[in-house]
Design a protein. Structure first.
Length: 315
């Protein structure tokens, strides 16, 4: 069974933590699917990587095609077909009838095409990686790597990263975007390793952030606790690439940026909860959470209790 993506954006699509950068608000790459109405999908969009979950809703015959400057990785969760063909430019055509739990990799600029008469309603995940903006170590020269196509293969490491990115779709925690961007960088490194295309890396400094960098990051985050801060924006504050920033930040603060930012929001929430005049919903919205339930989940994860329980403890 082959994965397909609806090129149209229906009302079921969910944009998550979309970066406030104009370059990312232009056309979003997708596999074109015909007929378009037989698929439903959800979307997670972050700098350098975006994810679509695909669910077929009809057993009728269909076709699909894709060619873009982004790399495409397809993870087929469930799928089989009565008949069909799958072609990735540079590889032999596949006519196999079962492909559940398989991966397909289509490098940027290669054509992905196929048709099928499905035996079951396919579920798959499509990940689109922008070589120019994904948060990968610049010394790897990911944007220059000559990655090769792969057809219906298995890789447990890639599958785990795909699952983690999928789990961030619809995540209303304002720190989710930082985590997804970092996962995009991990995915890029895994693709390099998969194709053994990693060039020799120059020796780089592996220490933490300098004192001035730590101070600027703390000030920047404290002033933007209610914002969806991107990994790219944080890295720019201290003049580092996103990849090096994540490494240095964790060495200096002991946790990744998204966890630090969530902890700071919860610290601010504890202060706000001391005032009975503010409702929990108001506090959640003031700190960038889209719902009180997502705020409560984050609060419990950090403080070990709900905001309501914490407030009662202060009375």
């Amino acid at each position: 069974m082959d994965p397909l993506v609806n090129s149209s954006r229906d009302q079921n699509a969910i944009a998550v933590a979309a970066p406030p950068l104009g370059a990312l608000t232009h056309s979003v790459p997708t596999v074109d699917f015909s007929p378009a109405e037989i698929v439903r999908h959800r979307l997670g969009l972050w700098r350098g990587v975006h994810v679509e979950t695909i669910q077929l809703i009809s057993h009728q015959r269909f076709e699909y095609t894709f060619k873009h400057k982004h790399h495409l990785l397809v993870a087929i969760e469930d799928g089989s077909r009565f008949d069909g063909e799958l072609l990735v430019e540079g590889l032999a055509t596949s006519t196999g009838r079962g492909c559940s739990h398989k991966l397909i990799f289509v490098p940027a600029g290669r054509r992905f095409f196929g048709w099928q008469s499905p035996r079951q309603l396919t579920r798959s995940i499509c990940l689109y990686v922008d070589p120019a903006t994904v948060a990968v170590d610049p010394n790897c020269r990911f944007d220059e790597a000559e990655l090769q196509p792969r057809m219906l293969f298995e890789d447990s490491g890639l599958w785990q990263t795909v699952a983690k990115l999928k789990s961030q779709i619809g995540n209303s925690n304002p720190s989710a975007g930082l985590y997804a961007e970092a996962l995009g960088g991990i995915l890029a490194h895994e693709l390099l390793g998969l194709h053994r295309a990693t060039p020799e890396l120059r020796q780089i400094h592996r220490g933490g952030l300098a004192v001035w960098q730590q101070r600027r990051i703390i000030e920047f985050i404290e002033a933007r606790l209610a914002d969806n801060v991107s990994l790219h924006a944080l890295a720019q504050v201290v003049r580092l690439s996103p990849y090096h920033f994540v490494r240095c930040f964790k060495q200096s603060f002991g946790v990744p940026p998204h966890r630090y930012l969530t902890a700071k929001r919860i610290d601010r929430a504890k202060t706000l909860l001391a005032s009975p005049r503010r409702s929990i919903t108001e506090i959640a919205l003031d700190l960038g959470f889209s719902t009180s339930s997502s705020f409560s989940a984050a609060f419990r994860g950090i403080a070990g209790q709900t905001p309501t329980s914490y407030r009662r403890m202060l009375e």
